[in-house]
Structures are given as C-alpha cells and as structure tokens.
Design a protein around this ligand. Sequence first.
Ligand code: AMP
Length: 383
Amino acid sequence: MKRCDIGVVGGGQLGKMLLMEGHRMGLTFAILDPSEMCPAGVMAHELIHGRFFDESSIRLLAEKSHRLTYEFEHIHAESLMKLVEEGFSVMPSAETLYMIQDKYRQNMALEEKRLPVPAYMKIDSVQDLKKAADLFGFPFLLKSCRGGYDGKGNVKIDREDEMEAAFHQLEGSEQPLMGEKFVDFSMEISVIVARDHQGGTETFPVGQNIHRDNILEMSIVPAPLPDSLLEKAEALAKDTMKQLMGTGIFCIEMFVDQDNQLWINEIAPRTHNSGHYTIEACNISQFGQQIRALMGWPLEKPKLFKPAVMLNLLGDPERSGSPKLEGIEEAMKLTDVYPHLYGKAESRPGRKMGHVTILADSREEAIEKAEKVRGILKVIVWE
Ligand code: AMP
C-alpha cells in the first residue's frame, strides 16, 4: 500500500490549514474524521471516516501514513501509545497527549518540573470543595479534568452556597474534577513553540488573547507588554517544552497576574487558534513550521512582519444553516485584511466558522482597523 506523507487525526480547520501548507510542498495526506463534510476532507488524498476514540480507525490511518499527528486532543491516546510500541511514528508524543488530556495530571507534571501553575487540588466531593475554599479563598475555579474545551467544564465559585450546584453541574460524582486558585490576571497570553527532530525549538511572538463567553475572540500581536516580560514568556514557553515530549507544534497559554508573574494555564500539543495570525503576519506560519517539524526539515526562525490582530468569525448567533461570509469586499477595502472561511457545512450559533487577520504599521492601528472589520464581516446563514 502506498502511504501518505502525513496522517492527521481530525479534519477540522487546523487540519485544513496544515494541508494547505503541505500541498505547497507536494506532500500527501490521510485524514481521519467522523464527518464526510469536514473542512480538511476536500484536500485529503485519503479520507477515513471514523471516530476519534475508535482504535481500529486510528490504526488504519497509521497504516496509510508515514507519520501521524493530530489536530485536536480529545482522541484515544492509548491507541497512539500502542502504535508507537509497534514502531509507528506519532508526533507530538502520545505520552504528552495523554498527560495534557487530564488537567490535574498536566498540573502535576508541570509542578514536578517547578513550572508555575496556579495552586490546585483534586475534588472528589462537596466536602473537598470546602477544603479548596479554605486553601484558595473565594473566588476559585472548579474544572472538569477531562474533555473540557473553550471553557466548557469550568465553573467559577464565588460563594460557599454555590459549591453544591457547581459540583453537580460538572457531574462530580462521575467525572474527575479539580479545584484551582483564581488568578486575578491582567492579561491572557499565548506562545506557539515548535520543536524539531533534534530537539531544537523556535518560538513565535507572544500574543494577547481576549476571550468572550470562554471562546477566543481576538488575539493581538505583539502582546502589549514590556519587552522584558515578552522575553520571560518566551523563555517560560521554552522551559515548558522540557516537560513536553515529541516533535511538532505546541501552544502554551499563560496568565499575567497583577505583579507581572506568569502562570501556565493550558498546553495544547498542536497548532492553536491564537497562532492563526502567523499565516499573514510572519515569515513562516505555525502550519508551515508544523510541516517542517513533522518532516524533519529545519525550522525557520519566526519573524513578525507587522503588528497583527486576529478576530474569530463565529456562526450567526440566531440561526443554524449554510454559512456565507458577508462584507468581504468592504472589509478588504480597508487593506491588509485577510479573511478565512473554513468551509464548514453548517453554521451554528457560536461555532468557529472562520477568522480574519488584520495587519497595520502599529498595534493601535491594527486594533482600530479590527474594530471596523468586526462591524463589517459577518457569518450569516443563507439557507
Ligand atoms: P480553560 O478552559 O481552563 O483554558 O479556561 C478558560 C478560561 O477560563 C481561561 O481563558 C480564563 O479566562 C479562565 N480561567 C481558567 N482558569 C483560571 C484561573 N485559574 N484563574 C482565572 N481564570 C481562569
């Protein structure tokens, strides 16, 4: 059987943008996704329909590919581990995926390496929540250890009388939970880091991330922080890589607190929404760098050409149906405005349907232009 160069678990927008880069170099791709209509499907040389927790589908993907990666983390890590034992190549490592799949496990691993994580404890009962309140004070966070994304699975607890409801809301009797000290942050930032086969790493410029309803709304690059703090964030991202095994792209999300201390919030062993700005704003995109890392080619040193703002384009808040991007011409007339629509068949309220990157000569100008673009570009439902 002729194998594809790269197999990707997941055919969403991250997979699609990876394939777009890979096609430039004539690479071939196999994709595993449960949906025939997934965004990356149209660009794949082989499309395997299967669930992400189905061992036989992941195995089939591995057999059809020279090397395997994944574009999101809620997949069967144990299947990947077995494949590695059999000699298949999985990047980033299956152990790292397994580690970050559970927030408690992730925090323990980071703490072990003396990396800064907010204080946390395991929560098995409402009684434990009382202990957490004594330890952390109010407010604090209750988090599902597994399966949470875009803030789903987090509850902020402000008062003692909210504990019981929060415990039940996150199904504490069945699901593993964790309490975490609330970080009174002044900013949320992220750093995208790539690692090559030899262990060399390259970081992309630090971005500020602004969330609305727990979904990333906007990234601003470079983050408006003093240079010394930007350097510290890049150094912390590189330090964090010592705890993460494997080759590929990683995103390290951090909080900056009121004393300018950095705290690691989350790690993604993959390309990240907050790194989309790299496509137009840098000499190499996070996807181009990912291709290089996966193929064993030399990494490029990322350079920012211009300050950038990335805005996510979410589905029409009222209706579901076929998406259409409205306002393209008017937005493009502002110049240095680059919209992306991922090709998802159905728009749903709040669903990430695309994004737009806005460049300008200064950060302030980019933000100003982004505010205009936000009023112009809309994902609407037309059918
Ligand atoms: P997560 O899904 O854990 O990344 O959390 C989603 C969002 O919840 C983050 O982007 C923060 O805005 C907020 N959050 C998570 N953990 C904390 C924390 N320990 N302190 C303050 N805010 C938090």
